[in-house]
Every structure is written in structure tokens, then in C-alpha cells.
Design a protein around this ligand. Structure first.
Ligand SMILES: [Ca+2]
Ligand SMILES: [Ca+2]
Length: 355
């Protein structure tokens, strides 16, 4: 009898516990918008014009951020060195409300931009991978009990097109439609590709330091990758030896710049003539700056079509992941002039991810 009582009370405790859990989750669920409302909000964000979605966002003033019927004051939150928009919300008594993220953490997503979206009589938040608010990642909703839930995630498909500064538009379109570039009969010279030429494992003295195999530091925060490319980069009829360099800085959200420098005729140091200046100019590299390039993670490579050698400056991977990495240009040098052959633009198509 006694053991039955014990079992009975254990069962009762479990029952009470499960009832408690159920009531919590039931009240939580009832605090969320209906499935219909969620679908409408998610589809609205996905289909919104990229350039106008910001017009729907609230950045200052008062808004009922937690959908409990009382407005909170929007404060622009602390902005770290990594930038981006973060907000705090002050309630009527002057205290910042504390919001609990349900089933996710900030580190689950890389987001640098956020918009507060009043829609359909409710208040949502749209989270973007970039400050320019072009690549939405997910939509959240804050319940009256200050629980922030993810309602849906987005996926972004990027299509490239030939943009206006391009000097040779039909040629550029042919490059896009014949991706990858090899299929139009070009010869890639870059060491990133097959047949890569590793930098010779001989010590080359430059300004009192030594260049050798990979990872030799040659300037502040700049390293050799160990790759070299023999290419007539300025199209003057003589082959030049370019060394691939990487600038890597941890300051702010970090900076990565990949570029080439050119060795002098004796190959015992970098060229310091106009040739070096030209190479920096076609790559948009300024070695006088704290960050020599645009910190956008792009990669340069050289290729040849017919008799001309071109520089491709492009995002890495299959597609840009945010506005910052939307880079794809093709240029060449002739008689000391940089020709901006192709500049590609990017169109983003956002869809709601299926659950
Ligand atoms: Ca409120
Ligand atoms: Ca040359």
C-alpha cells in the first residue's frame, strides 16, 4: 500500500508537471499570430521590392514591439565594431524590456541588419545578412511575454546581369551565358585553378624581409599565399611574374583582401616602377590606406581571351551572400589605361523556405 502511494504520488507529480508544460506551450502558442497571419507576413517580406522594403520599417518613436497592447520606445542599441542595427525597447516605466530568444541564438545566423515591421496590425522583425537590407534571413515575432520566435526563414537566389558601366556589353553577356569562363575558349592563368603554379621555394629578399613559401609576412598584416602567376598583365608583350598576396586583419568585423603584386626583372624584390602602380590601379588596391582594398572577401584571377589578358575580380563561392560581396568585374590594361570591360549586377530573388 505504501509503495502504491509512492508510485501514485510520483505519477501525480509527473501529471502535474506535464499539465504545467502543456499549459505553458499552449499559452505560448496562443500568443503567436495565426498560421494565416504568419504566411502573409513571410510572403510579404519575400516578395517586397528590394529597394523599398525599408520604407515599411520603423526606426524611431514608439511601437508595441511585444504585441501586448502597450507601445514601447525604440532606442538604437549599442553598435559594436561589426556594425549593423540593433535596437533596445523601453517600457512605460523607463526600463529596457528583456527579450528571450526561443530555440535560437544570435550566433545561429550571421545578421548585420534588422527592420521593425508593423504589418497586419501586428509587429514583426525582419533580420538580414547585410546592413543594406537586401538579403533577408528570417522573420521573428515577440509575444506579450517577451518571447521572440522565428516564424520563417528565407532563401535568396542571385542572378547576375550585365550592368551599365560595362564597355563591351555583348561580350559580357556571352561570358555570363557561357559560365564557367573556360567554355568560351579562354585560358585561365590564375594559380587558383588547375595547373596551379606554386611560388618557387627560393628565398627572395624584399625590403630586408624574406619571401619564400606560403604565409611569409611581407607588409603589415599581409602574407604571401605561395602562389605566383606568370602573365603579361599589362598587355605590353612581355610576361610579368605576379605574386599572390592576402591582407588579413581582425579589426572590426575583419578585413580580407586578396591581390597581386609584381616582381622586378631580377625577381629579387617587388617592382617599384609605374608597372606596380598600374597593377594596383586595375585591382583597386591602395597600399597607403589602412585597409588596402574593399575588405569584401573577393578574389582576383587572370585569364586570356584571344590575345588579351584580363583580370577578373569576383565574389568567392557560388553566389554573394550579402550586398557587400556583390562583386564581379572584368578589366584589362592596354597602353597604361584600365578598360572596364564588364561590370556585373546582381538581382536577388527571395523565397520563404519550406519548413
Ligand atoms: Ca508592448
Ligand atoms: Ca607585361
Amino acid at each position: 500500500m505504501r509503495s502504491f502511494n509512492t508510485i501514485g504520488s510520483v505519477i501525480s507529480i509527473f501529471l502535474i508537471y506535464f499539465l504545467f508544460l502543456f499549459s505553458v506551450s499552449a499559452s505560448e502558442t496562443s500568443e503567436l499570430p495565426s498560421q494565416k497571419q504568419i504566411k502573409r507576413a513571410c510572403e510579404f517580406v519575400a516578395s517586397a521590392e528590394k529597394n523599398t522594403i525599408e520604407d515599411y520599417f520603423l526606426r524611431r518613436g514608439h511601437i508595441d514591439i511585444n504585441n501586448d497592447g502597450t507601445a514601447e520606445q525604440i532606442l538604437r542599441g549599442l553598435t559594436g565594431t561589426a556594425g549593423g542595427d540593433f535596437f533596445d525597447f523601453i517600457d512605460e516605466s523607463g526600463h529596457a524590456i528583456s527579450i528571450n530568444m526561443v530555440d535560437y541564438e544570435w550566433k545561429s545566423y550571421v545578421t548585420y541588419g534588422q527592420g521593425i515591421l508593423p504589418f497586419d496590425g501586428l509587429v514583426y522583425q525582419v533580420h538580414f545578412s547585410d546592413e543594406s537590407l537586401k538579403y533577408p534571413q528570417y522573420l521573428t515575432y515577440i509575444t506579450p511575454s517577451n518571447q521572440q520566435h522565428i516564424l520563417c526563414e528565407f532563401s535568396n537566389t542571385v542572378t547576375e546581369y550585365v550592368s551599365h558601366p560595362s564597355e563591351e556589353r555583348s561580350f559580357c553577356w556571352s561570358l555570363l551565358s557561357n559560365s564557367p569562363l573556360q567554355s568560351v575558349g579562354n585560358e585561365f592563368l590564375s594559380s587558383h585553378l588547375e595547373g596551379a603554379v606554386p611560388y618557387p621555394n627560393t628565398l627572395i629578399q624584399v625590403d630586408g624581409t624574406f619571401l619564400s613559401s606560403p604565409n611569409t609576412r611581407i607588409r603589415s598584416e599581409t602574407f604571401t599565399t605561395g602562389n605566383k602567376v606568370d602573365v603579361d598583365f599589362n598587355n605590353d608583350g612581355t610576361i610579368d611574374t605576379l605574386v599572390e598576396l592576402e591582407f588579413i586583419s581582425g579589426a572590426g568585423r575583419g578585413c580580407y583582401v586578396s591581390y597581386f603584386d609584381v616582381l622586378n626583372e631580377n625577381q629579387d624584390g617587388f617592382d617599384v616602377s609605374e608597372k606596380h602602380d598600374l597593377l594596383m590601379r586595375i585591382q583597386d588596391i591602395d597600399l597607403e590606406e589602412r585597409f588596402p582594398g574593399r575588405c569584401r572577401g573577393n578574389k582576383m584571377q587572370w585569364f586570356r581571351i584571344d590575345e588579351l589578358n584580363y583580370l577578373e575580380d569576383k565574389f568567392q563561392g557560388d553566389a554573394p551572400r550579402n550586398k557587400n560581396t556583390e562583386i564581379n568585374t572584368i578589366r584589362y590594361l592596354q597602353d597604361g589605361i584600365v578598360h572596364k570591360t564588364c561590370t556585373f549586377g546582381f538581382a536577388i530573388n527571395t523565397t520563404v523556405k519550406a519548413e
